[in-house]
Design a protein around this ligand. Structure first.
Ligand SMILES: *[C@@H]1O[C@H](CO)[C@@H](O)[C@H](O)[C@H]1NC(C)=O
Length: 330
């Protein structure tokens, strides 16, 4: 009797061990299958998407959105591309460094790819369809592309807002010649031939992290907002400046490729709510105290511009949402 009992018990132990092993094996297989990977890139989760910004008009206020599509040419929200509309002043592009009040213009997506301009003290203007006959060749930071005129109504609206004549609004349409990232000396050996953008500076995406902003704000007398840095995608959950080392980032189906750390300019000193430059050049001055490149190779590239955020190209397009897990490959 006793012998039989022992045999039964040991058999039960074997069955139990085997089934436990099977459950573990299936578990591991599931996790491996679930972890996004492409080629032999190994991704690890680092946090989640906390903010997404689309800037329909370059240098103007960005829209904080719940979701957007990552495309080769930048983010798209309701058919509107990030930084594909551009303000010209006397046929030169305008940016926040020369006209910081542009940040007070707040473009809205009103569906079907249409944009409405809003600003304090101004009647809103829904932009008419651009005039595809009137093509401008735009050279911005040594990189050329085409754009079409958005018409006299848009020009008049801008002239009223800025209080002087000489303004135009132009648009890089799907048919316009895009600006190839590798035409810029900084990205010559880094960008791929199909990295082409509208009026971004000079890559499809800019990515930052909440922790990096917090680290900077801990050093400032008055904190600045993420809007000072005008990113597209903000990651929460990782450590400060960890993004420096990310080679690839995967969010949902979208796969993003690192280009360079972003070297920052005076534009970061414009208060996004008032359109005024900070008198003491903050936060740029503080950033400069600890975020200049230490890499000899890049000293001539970045000079005295401190680094904050990562400029990126797009490997694979896809939708992203607030709260999506962010996977990276270093
Ligand atoms: C400039 O920035 C610093 C630090 O954030 C702040 O203390 C100061 O009040 C700002 N000055 C102006 C004029 O905005």
């Amino acid at each position: 009797m006793d012998g039989l009992k022992v045999a039964l018990e040991s058999r039960q132990t074997v069955v139990l061990t085997l089934s436990t092993a099977a459950v573990i094996a299936v578990g591991i297989a599931y996790l491996k299958w679930r972890r996004p990977r492409k080629g032999n890139r190994q991704y690890v989760p680092v946090g989640h998407v906390s903010k997404i910004y689309v800037h329909p008009v370059k240098s103007c206020r960005g829209l904080e959105v719940g979701e957007a599509e990552v495309t080769k040419q930048g983010l798209r929200q309701e058919g509107v591309m990030d930084r594909h509309l551009l303000i010209l002043y006397k046929d030169h592009f305008l940016d926040t460094r020369t006209e910081p009040r542009a940040v007070l213009i707040s473009p809205q997506c009103v569906g079907d790819g249409q944009v409405r301009l809003e600003a304090p003290g101004m009647d809103p203007l829904t932009l008419p369809k651009p005039n595809k006959q009137k093509v401008y060749s735009i050279s911005m930071w040594e990189v050329d592309g085409d754009a079409v005129d958005c018409g006299p109504e848009a020009a008049g609206w801008l002239e009223k807002f800025f209080g002087k004549p000489g303004y135009k609004l132009v648009m890089s349409t799907p048919g316009s010649k895009k600006r190839p990232t590798n035409q810029h000396p900084k990205y010559k050996d880094i960008a791929k031939p199909d990295d082409k953008v509208g009026f971004q500076h000079e890559t499809a995406l800019l990515l930052t992290s909440e922790a990096s902003l917090k680290d900077l704000n801990n050093k400032l007398a008055t904190p600045v907002a993420m809007r000072n840095f005008r990113p597209n995608i903000v990651v929460a959950g990782c450590g400060s400046f960890q993004e420096d080392d990310w080679q690839y980032v995967r969010i949902g189906e979208a796969e993003i490729r690192r280009m360079l750390p972003c070297d920052r300019c005076l534009m970061t000193t414009v208060d996004p709510e008032t359109g005024m430059k900070n008198g003491t050049q903050e936060p740029l001055k503080t950033l400069r105290s600890y975020r200049l490149t230490k890499d000899e190779k890049y000293k001539s590239v970045f000079g005295h511009s401190p680094l904050f955020g990562l400029t990126c190209g797009v490997e694979q397009e896809g939708a992203i949402h607030i709260g999506d897990t962010v996977y990276v490959c270093t």
